[in-house]
Design a protein around this ligand. Structure first.
Ligand code: AP5
Ligand code: MG
Length: 210
């Protein structure tokens, strides 16, 4: 099963993608997490992309497409995958379209105001899990339940960078939904509900259409 999760920043893409991947035993691929790994470890790639990520801008399509292709080509993706944060514009969409078939495209709907409110309370872990101070707190303050690493606030969770990311989502990402709609694989869900309720909406779609 190959799934893409879309939604505005803060809608819970990462939260839901990780849950689907864990419960369906699929690899979870987040371009944002891959980029943050390179940024933190100051790899050659990390040195090039920091300026874009922290300002909320997109990394170049060439770099992003290559990273996704390399990841999808790994043997563990033979069973499928859950993609979060890719494709984000027409160039990436075209690249992925000729690379592989997709089964489900889920769009988590949330108004910008609520998305901004959620990101204000987010705590991230380098293993990819996201927590929230009020809605999804870790069991032990400041520590990831799964891997035990210290949680941190993302550098791009500043109001200016959040607004930039939301604007790019509306201008560059939303227009690519039309092609998935035409293919009959696009599903919109209500992201304003609790994490488990949002997840159940996704499960229902997968169950009814598999
Ligand atoms: P990326 O890491 O993908 O960030 P993003 O798109 O800005 O999305 P977020 O991670 O902020 O939001 P989310 O929807 O995953 O929310 P989450 O689940 O954490 O990308 C970062 C950057 O990398 C980009 O800006 C760009 O520079 C670069 N990049 C990445 N992909 C790229 C690409 N394809 N091309 C070019 N550049 C790329 O949830 C948010 C908060 O809400 C959390 O605190 C969570 O606990 C909480 N929450 C979640 N669900 C609920 C709920 N139902 N109720 C209450 N709280 C909830
Ligand atoms: Mg995310």
């Amino acid at each position: 099963m190959r799934i893409i999760i879309f939604g505005p920043q803060g809608s819970g893409k990462g939260t839901q993608a990780e849950l689907i991947a864990r419960r369906h035993h699929l690899p979870y691929i987040s371009t944002g997490d891959i980029f943050r790994y390179h940024l933190k470890n100051q790899t050659e790639l990390g040195k090039k992309i920091g300026v874009y990520i922290n300002a909320g801008k997109l990394v170049s399509d060439d770099l992003t497409n290559e990273i996704v292709k390399n990841r999808i080509d790994q043997p563990d993706c033979a069973v499928g995958f859950v993609l979060d944060g890719y494709p984000r514009d027409q160039v990436q969409f075209d690249f992925l379209y000729q690379l592989t078939k997709i089964d489900f495209v889920i769009v988590i709907e949330l108004i910008d105001q609520e998305a901004i409110r959620r990101l204000g309370g987010r705590l991230a872990c380098k293993c990819g899990l996201s927590y929230h101070l009020d809605f999804n707190p870790p069991k032990k303050t400041g520590v990831c339940d799964r891997c035990g690493h210290a949680l941190f606030k993302r550098d791009d969770d500043q109001l200016e960078a959040i607004k930039k990311r939301l604007a790019i989502y509306h201008q560059e990402t939303e227009p690519i939904f039309a092609a998935y709609l035409k293919d009959g694989i696009l599903y919109h869900i209500d992201g304003s509900k609790s994490i488990e309720e949002v997840y159940q909406q996704i499960e229902k779609i997968i169950h009814q259409n598999s």
